[in-house]
Design a protein around this ligand. Structure first.
Ligand code: PMP
Length: 379
Protein backbone atom coordinates (compact mmCIF):
# COMPACT_ATOMS: atom_id res chain seq x y z
CA UNK A 1 0.00 0.00 0.00
CA UNK A 2 1.27 3.49 -0.85
CA UNK A 3 -0.33 6.40 0.99
CA UNK A 4 -0.80 9.54 -1.12
CA UNK A 5 -3.18 11.42 1.19
CA UNK A 6 -0.76 13.50 3.27
CA UNK A 7 -2.90 16.64 2.98
CA UNK A 8 -5.68 14.80 4.85
CA UNK A 9 -3.38 13.47 7.54
CA UNK A 10 0.10 11.99 7.75
CA UNK A 11 1.49 8.73 9.14
CA UNK A 12 3.16 9.65 12.46
CA UNK A 13 6.94 9.22 12.59
CA UNK A 14 7.72 6.07 14.59
CA UNK A 15 9.77 8.07 17.08
CA UNK A 16 6.89 10.53 17.54
CA UNK A 17 4.38 7.72 18.21
CA UNK A 18 6.84 6.17 20.70
CA UNK A 19 7.19 9.51 22.48
CA UNK A 20 3.40 9.70 22.98
CA UNK A 21 3.33 6.25 24.59
CA UNK A 22 6.39 6.86 26.77
CA UNK A 23 5.39 10.30 28.06
CA UNK A 24 1.82 9.13 28.65
CA UNK A 25 2.96 6.15 30.72
CA UNK A 26 5.73 7.85 32.69
CA UNK A 27 4.96 11.54 32.98
CA UNK A 28 1.33 11.59 33.97
CA UNK A 29 1.66 14.37 36.52
CA UNK A 30 -0.46 17.48 36.08
CA UNK A 31 1.94 20.32 35.19
CA UNK A 32 0.07 22.54 37.66
CA UNK A 33 0.76 20.16 40.58
CA UNK A 34 3.45 21.27 43.01
CA UNK A 35 5.03 17.86 43.64
CA UNK A 36 7.87 16.27 41.71
CA UNK A 37 5.65 14.49 39.15
CA UNK A 38 3.90 17.75 38.39
CA UNK A 39 7.18 19.57 38.10
CA UNK A 40 8.49 16.97 35.64
CA UNK A 41 5.47 17.49 33.42
CA UNK A 42 5.82 21.24 33.70
CA UNK A 43 9.45 20.97 32.60
CA UNK A 44 8.47 18.80 29.62
CA UNK A 45 5.88 21.39 28.66
CA UNK A 46 8.43 24.22 28.88
CA UNK A 47 10.91 22.26 26.78
CA UNK A 48 8.26 21.43 24.15
CA UNK A 49 7.38 25.13 23.97
CA UNK A 50 11.06 26.06 23.52
CA UNK A 51 11.54 23.45 20.78
CA UNK A 52 8.33 24.52 18.99
CA UNK A 53 9.22 28.21 19.20
CA UNK A 54 12.69 27.52 17.79
CA UNK A 55 11.13 25.58 14.88
CA UNK A 56 8.91 28.57 14.11
CA UNK A 57 11.60 31.21 14.75
CA UNK A 58 9.56 32.91 17.48
CA UNK A 59 9.61 33.31 21.28
CA UNK A 60 8.38 30.49 23.53
CA UNK A 61 5.82 32.76 25.22
CA UNK A 62 4.22 33.38 21.81
CA UNK A 63 3.16 29.72 21.47
CA UNK A 64 -0.29 28.56 22.65
CA UNK A 65 -0.83 24.81 22.40
CA UNK A 66 -4.33 23.88 21.24
CA UNK A 67 -6.38 20.85 20.29
CA UNK A 68 -5.58 21.24 16.57
CA UNK A 69 -5.84 23.83 13.84
CA UNK A 70 -9.63 23.99 13.85
CA UNK A 71 -9.36 25.25 17.41
CA UNK A 72 -6.42 27.55 16.58
CA UNK A 73 -8.35 29.14 13.71
CA UNK A 74 -11.44 29.67 15.89
CA UNK A 75 -9.27 31.07 18.70
CA UNK A 76 -7.48 33.49 16.38
CA UNK A 77 -10.47 34.81 14.45
CA UNK A 78 -13.16 34.98 17.11
CA UNK A 79 -10.65 35.87 19.84
CA UNK A 80 -9.34 38.83 17.82
CA UNK A 81 -12.80 39.94 16.66
CA UNK A 82 -14.19 39.92 20.21
CA UNK A 83 -11.13 41.64 21.66
CA UNK A 84 -11.13 44.47 19.09
CA UNK A 85 -14.89 44.87 18.57
CA UNK A 86 -14.62 48.41 19.93
CA UNK A 87 -12.19 49.34 17.15
CA UNK A 88 -14.23 47.92 14.26
CA UNK A 89 -16.25 44.96 13.14
CA UNK A 90 -15.03 44.25 9.63
CA UNK A 91 -13.07 41.14 8.60
CA UNK A 92 -11.44 40.07 5.33
CA UNK A 93 -10.85 36.49 4.21
CA UNK A 94 -10.88 34.44 0.99
CA UNK A 95 -13.32 32.07 -0.65
CA UNK A 96 -11.06 29.04 -0.45
CA UNK A 97 -10.21 29.02 3.26
CA UNK A 98 -10.65 25.94 5.45
CA UNK A 99 -14.17 25.58 6.94
CA UNK A 100 -12.80 26.36 10.42
CA UNK A 101 -11.96 29.86 9.12
CA UNK A 102 -15.05 30.42 6.97
CA UNK A 103 -17.48 29.11 9.59
CA UNK A 104 -15.85 31.23 12.32
CA UNK A 105 -16.30 34.27 10.08
CA UNK A 106 -19.91 33.26 9.35
CA UNK A 107 -20.58 32.93 13.07
CA UNK A 108 -19.21 36.43 13.63
CA UNK A 109 -21.38 37.77 10.78
CA UNK A 110 -24.43 36.23 12.47
CA UNK A 111 -23.37 38.12 15.65
CA UNK A 112 -23.19 41.49 13.86
CA UNK A 113 -19.75 41.62 12.19
CA UNK A 114 -19.28 42.29 8.47
CA UNK A 115 -16.99 40.28 6.22
CA UNK A 116 -15.46 40.68 2.76
CA UNK A 117 -14.75 37.28 1.25
CA UNK A 118 -12.24 37.77 -1.57
CA UNK A 119 -12.66 35.78 -4.79
CA UNK A 120 -9.70 33.77 -6.13
CA UNK A 121 -8.35 33.65 -9.69
CA UNK A 122 -8.10 30.60 -11.96
CA UNK A 123 -5.05 29.36 -10.02
CA UNK A 124 -6.81 29.74 -6.68
CA UNK A 125 -4.86 32.88 -5.72
CA UNK A 126 -5.69 36.26 -4.23
CA UNK A 127 -3.38 39.28 -4.38
CA UNK A 128 -2.22 41.80 -1.80
CA UNK A 129 -3.85 44.43 -4.04
CA UNK A 130 -7.26 42.78 -3.55
CA UNK A 131 -6.72 42.92 0.21
CA UNK A 132 -5.69 46.60 -0.02
CA UNK A 133 -8.85 47.46 -1.95
CA UNK A 134 -11.04 45.62 0.58
CA UNK A 135 -9.54 47.43 3.62
CA UNK A 136 -11.90 49.77 5.48
CA UNK A 137 -11.31 52.03 8.49
CA UNK A 138 -13.17 49.47 10.62
CA UNK A 139 -11.22 46.40 9.38
CA UNK A 140 -9.68 44.58 12.34
CA UNK A 141 -8.49 41.26 10.92
CA UNK A 142 -7.44 39.64 7.66
CA UNK A 143 -7.25 35.83 7.51
CA UNK A 144 -5.56 34.15 4.52
CA UNK A 145 -4.20 30.60 4.37
CA UNK A 146 -0.61 29.95 3.26
CA UNK A 147 -1.26 26.83 1.15
CA UNK A 148 -4.64 25.53 0.05
CA UNK A 149 -5.35 22.01 1.28
CA UNK A 150 -7.15 20.91 -1.88
CA UNK A 151 -5.07 22.34 -4.75
CA UNK A 152 -1.78 23.39 -3.12
CA UNK A 153 -2.26 27.01 -4.28
CA UNK A 154 0.23 29.26 -2.45
CA UNK A 155 -1.11 32.63 -1.31
CA UNK A 156 1.17 35.69 -1.22
CA UNK A 157 0.99 35.90 2.57
CA UNK A 158 4.28 37.79 2.95
CA UNK A 159 3.07 40.52 0.53
CA UNK A 160 -0.22 40.75 2.42
CA UNK A 161 1.61 40.87 5.76
CA UNK A 162 3.87 43.70 4.62
CA UNK A 163 0.85 45.63 3.35
CA UNK A 164 -1.02 45.22 6.65
CA UNK A 165 2.04 46.09 8.73
CA UNK A 166 2.03 49.53 7.17
CA UNK A 167 -1.77 50.00 7.29
CA UNK A 168 -3.05 52.70 9.60
CA UNK A 169 -4.83 51.91 11.82
CA UNK A 170 -3.03 48.57 12.22
CA UNK A 171 -4.94 45.53 10.90
CA UNK A 172 -4.21 42.10 12.39
CA UNK A 173 -3.10 39.31 10.10
CA UNK A 174 -3.92 35.63 10.70
CA UNK A 175 -2.42 32.88 8.54
CA UNK A 176 -3.58 29.26 8.52
CA UNK A 177 -0.18 27.65 8.02
CA UNK A 178 -1.31 24.02 8.28
CA UNK A 179 -0.37 22.92 4.74
CA UNK A 180 2.63 25.20 4.28
CA UNK A 181 4.80 24.55 7.34
CA UNK A 182 7.74 22.26 6.66
CA UNK A 183 7.21 22.60 2.91
CA UNK A 184 7.76 26.31 2.13
CA UNK A 185 9.82 28.99 3.87
CA UNK A 186 7.88 31.67 5.72
CA UNK A 187 9.14 34.14 8.31
CA UNK A 188 6.38 35.00 10.77
CA UNK A 189 8.22 38.08 12.01
CA UNK A 190 9.37 39.50 8.64
CA UNK A 191 6.07 38.45 7.05
CA UNK A 192 4.08 40.71 9.40
CA UNK A 193 2.06 37.77 10.73
CA UNK A 194 0.29 38.30 14.07
CA UNK A 195 -1.47 34.95 14.39
CA UNK A 196 -0.48 31.62 12.83
CA UNK A 197 -2.20 28.22 13.11
CA UNK A 198 -0.60 24.77 12.88
CA UNK A 199 -1.79 21.20 13.30
CA UNK A 200 0.47 18.31 14.39
CA UNK A 201 -1.20 15.58 12.35
CA UNK A 202 -0.27 17.24 9.04
CA UNK A 203 3.39 17.08 10.09
CA UNK A 204 3.65 13.41 11.02
CA UNK A 205 2.62 14.17 14.60
CA UNK A 206 -0.48 13.06 16.54
CA UNK A 207 -4.05 14.17 15.84
CA UNK A 208 -5.85 16.44 18.29
CA UNK A 209 -2.98 18.81 19.02
CA UNK A 210 -1.87 22.02 17.34
CA UNK A 211 -0.77 25.52 18.17
CA UNK A 212 -1.53 29.16 17.68
CA UNK A 213 1.30 31.66 17.47
CA UNK A 214 0.15 34.90 19.08
CA UNK A 215 2.57 37.78 18.47
CA UNK A 216 3.92 39.22 21.70
CA UNK A 217 1.97 42.24 22.86
CA UNK A 218 -1.23 41.10 21.17
CA UNK A 219 -4.19 40.23 23.40
CA UNK A 220 -7.08 38.01 22.29
CA UNK A 221 -10.37 37.39 24.06
CA UNK A 222 -10.08 33.80 25.37
CA UNK A 223 -12.81 31.49 24.05
CA UNK A 224 -12.53 28.99 26.89
CA UNK A 225 -13.03 30.12 30.46
CA UNK A 226 -11.38 28.04 33.16
CA UNK A 227 -8.14 27.48 35.05
CA UNK A 228 -6.06 29.79 32.87
CA UNK A 229 -3.59 27.35 31.32
CA UNK A 230 -1.67 28.33 28.16
CA UNK A 231 -1.48 31.99 29.09
CA UNK A 232 -5.21 32.05 29.77
CA UNK A 233 -6.09 31.22 26.16
CA UNK A 234 -6.61 27.49 26.49
CA UNK A 235 -7.90 26.49 29.88
CA UNK A 236 -7.83 22.76 30.60
CA UNK A 237 -5.10 20.36 31.72
CA UNK A 238 -2.37 20.29 29.08
CA UNK A 239 -1.99 17.20 26.88
CA UNK A 240 1.70 16.66 27.67
CA UNK A 241 2.26 13.44 25.61
CA UNK A 242 0.82 14.99 22.45
CA UNK A 243 2.47 18.36 22.99
CA UNK A 244 5.93 16.78 23.47
CA UNK A 245 5.41 14.55 20.40
CA UNK A 246 4.18 17.57 18.39
CA UNK A 247 7.30 19.54 19.27
CA UNK A 248 9.44 16.66 17.95
CA UNK A 249 7.46 16.55 14.69
CA UNK A 250 7.77 20.34 14.36
CA UNK A 251 11.52 20.21 14.81
CA UNK A 252 11.87 17.48 12.18
CA UNK A 253 9.57 19.37 9.79
CA UNK A 254 11.56 22.59 10.15
CA UNK A 255 15.02 20.95 9.96
CA UNK A 256 14.35 18.91 6.83
CA UNK A 257 12.25 21.52 5.02
CA UNK A 258 14.43 22.55 2.10
CA UNK A 259 15.81 19.09 1.33
CA UNK A 260 12.28 17.66 1.50
CA UNK A 261 10.87 20.36 -0.77
CA UNK A 262 13.59 19.77 -3.39
CA UNK A 263 12.72 16.06 -3.59
CA UNK A 264 8.98 16.76 -3.62
CA UNK A 265 9.21 19.35 -6.41
CA UNK A 266 11.00 16.70 -8.48
CA UNK A 267 8.34 14.08 -7.74
CA UNK A 268 5.61 16.62 -8.45
CA UNK A 269 7.16 17.36 -11.85
CA UNK A 270 7.43 13.65 -12.59
CA UNK A 271 3.78 13.18 -11.66
CA UNK A 272 2.56 16.13 -13.73
CA UNK A 273 4.58 14.97 -16.76
CA UNK A 274 3.09 11.49 -16.43
CA UNK A 275 -0.43 12.89 -16.09
CA UNK A 276 0.05 14.85 -19.32
CA UNK A 277 0.05 11.49 -21.16
CA UNK A 278 -3.62 11.06 -20.27
CA UNK A 279 -5.33 13.25 -22.90
CA UNK A 280 -8.65 14.06 -21.22
CA UNK A 281 -7.12 14.77 -17.81
CA UNK A 282 -6.87 18.38 -16.56
CA UNK A 283 -4.36 19.36 -13.86
CA UNK A 284 -5.98 21.91 -11.52
CA UNK A 285 -2.92 22.74 -9.39
CA UNK A 286 -0.91 25.69 -10.66
CA UNK A 287 2.73 25.34 -11.66
CA UNK A 288 3.56 27.74 -8.79
CA UNK A 289 1.78 25.51 -6.25
CA UNK A 290 3.14 23.83 -3.12
CA UNK A 291 5.49 20.87 -3.68
CA UNK A 292 3.35 18.16 -2.09
CA UNK A 293 -0.12 18.54 -3.67
CA UNK A 294 -1.24 17.75 -7.22
CA UNK A 295 -4.94 17.97 -7.97
CA UNK A 296 -6.43 16.87 -11.29
CA UNK A 297 -9.82 16.15 -12.83
CA UNK A 298 -11.01 13.58 -15.26
CA UNK A 299 -14.17 15.13 -16.69
CA UNK A 300 -16.94 12.60 -17.16
CA UNK A 301 -15.30 10.10 -14.85
CA UNK A 302 -16.62 9.51 -11.36
CA UNK A 303 -13.79 10.53 -9.04
CA UNK A 304 -14.96 8.15 -6.35
CA UNK A 305 -14.90 5.20 -8.74
CA UNK A 306 -11.35 6.12 -9.78
CA UNK A 307 -10.32 6.50 -6.13
CA UNK A 308 -11.61 3.02 -5.26
CA UNK A 309 -10.00 1.47 -8.32
CA UNK A 310 -6.68 3.00 -7.28
CA UNK A 311 -7.29 1.65 -3.79
CA UNK A 312 -7.70 -1.86 -5.25
CA UNK A 313 -4.28 -1.36 -6.86
CA UNK A 314 -2.81 -0.39 -3.48
CA UNK A 315 -2.86 3.45 -3.60
CA UNK A 316 -4.68 5.72 -1.19
CA UNK A 317 -5.61 9.07 -2.72
CA UNK A 318 -8.44 11.48 -2.11
CA UNK A 319 -11.11 13.25 -4.15
CA UNK A 320 -10.65 16.61 -2.43
CA UNK A 321 -10.08 17.88 1.10
CA UNK A 322 -10.81 15.31 3.78
CA UNK A 323 -13.32 17.49 5.59
CA UNK A 324 -15.60 17.65 2.55
CA UNK A 325 -14.86 14.42 0.68
CA UNK A 326 -17.92 12.63 2.05
CA UNK A 327 -20.15 15.21 0.34
CA UNK A 328 -21.18 14.53 -3.21
CA UNK A 329 -21.49 18.15 -4.46
CA UNK A 330 -18.80 19.60 -6.74
CA UNK A 331 -15.72 20.98 -4.99
CA UNK A 332 -16.35 24.54 -3.76
CA UNK A 333 -12.65 25.30 -4.19
CA UNK A 334 -12.62 24.38 -7.89
CA UNK A 335 -15.91 26.24 -8.49
CA UNK A 336 -14.36 29.32 -6.82
CA UNK A 337 -11.45 29.00 -9.29
CA UNK A 338 -13.97 29.25 -12.13
CA UNK A 339 -13.79 25.57 -13.14
CA UNK A 340 -16.83 23.90 -14.70
CA UNK A 341 -19.18 21.78 -12.62
CA UNK A 342 -17.92 18.74 -14.49
CA UNK A 343 -14.28 19.47 -13.60
CA UNK A 344 -15.26 20.34 -10.03
CA UNK A 345 -17.07 17.01 -9.66
CA UNK A 346 -14.31 14.76 -10.98
CA UNK A 347 -11.26 15.79 -8.96
CA UNK A 348 -8.53 13.59 -7.51
CA UNK A 349 -5.94 14.91 -5.05
CA UNK A 350 -2.53 13.30 -4.76
CA UNK A 351 -0.63 14.54 -1.72
CA UNK A 352 2.89 13.36 -1.11
CA UNK A 353 5.12 12.92 1.91
CA UNK A 354 8.81 12.53 2.66
CA UNK A 355 8.64 8.72 2.43
CA UNK A 356 7.92 8.79 -1.32
CA UNK A 357 10.40 8.07 -4.07
CA UNK A 358 10.44 8.19 -7.89
CA UNK A 359 9.37 4.56 -8.17
CA UNK A 360 6.24 5.27 -6.08
CA UNK A 361 5.20 7.93 -8.60
CA UNK A 362 5.92 5.55 -11.50
CA UNK A 363 3.79 2.89 -9.83
CA UNK A 364 0.97 5.36 -9.18
CA UNK A 365 1.00 6.55 -12.79
CA UNK A 366 0.89 2.98 -14.08
CA UNK A 367 -2.05 2.15 -11.79
CA UNK A 368 -3.81 5.34 -12.78
CA UNK A 369 -3.49 4.60 -16.50
CA UNK A 370 -4.77 1.07 -15.90
CA UNK A 371 -7.72 2.27 -13.78
CA UNK A 372 -8.69 4.93 -16.31
CA UNK A 373 -8.70 2.31 -19.09
CA UNK A 374 -10.93 0.04 -17.01
CA UNK A 375 -13.34 2.87 -16.21
CA UNK A 376 -13.44 4.01 -19.84
CA UNK A 377 -14.36 0.49 -20.88
CA UNK A 378 -17.29 0.63 -18.45
CA UNK A 379 -18.59 3.96 -19.82
N1 PMP B 1 -6.60 24.26 8.02
C1 PMP B 1 -6.21 23.53 6.96
C2 PMP B 1 -5.66 24.22 5.76
C3 PMP B 1 -6.34 22.14 6.99
O1 PMP B 1 -5.96 21.41 5.93
C4 PMP B 1 -6.88 21.52 8.14
C5 PMP B 1 -7.06 20.02 8.21
N2 PMP B 1 -7.98 19.54 7.25
C6 PMP B 1 -7.25 22.33 9.23
C7 PMP B 1 -7.09 23.69 9.13
C8 PMP B 1 -7.84 21.75 10.49
O2 PMP B 1 -6.87 21.07 11.23
P1 PMP B 1 -7.27 20.06 12.39
O3 PMP B 1 -7.60 18.76 11.70
O4 PMP B 1 -6.06 19.96 13.24
O5 PMP B 1 -8.42 20.63 13.12
Amino acid sequence: MIYFDHAATTPPYEDVAKTVAEVMARHYGNPSSLHRLGEESSKLLDKARDVSAAALGVRPREIVFTGGATESNNMAIKGAALQFAGRGKHLITTETEHPSVLESVKQLVSWGWEATVLPVDGNGNVTAEQVREALRPDTVLVSVMHVNNETGAVQPVEDIGRLLKSAAPRVLFHVDGVQGFGKLPLSLTDGGIDLYSLSAHKLRGPKGVGLLYVREGLQLAPLLAGGGQEGGYRSGTENIPYIVAFSKALRLAAEGRDARATVMYRLREQLIQGLAELPELAVNSSAQGAPHIVHFSYPGMKAEALLHMLEEEGFYVSTRSACSSKRSEPSRILLAMGKSKEIASSGIRISMGDEHEERDIDALLAALKQSVKRLQALR
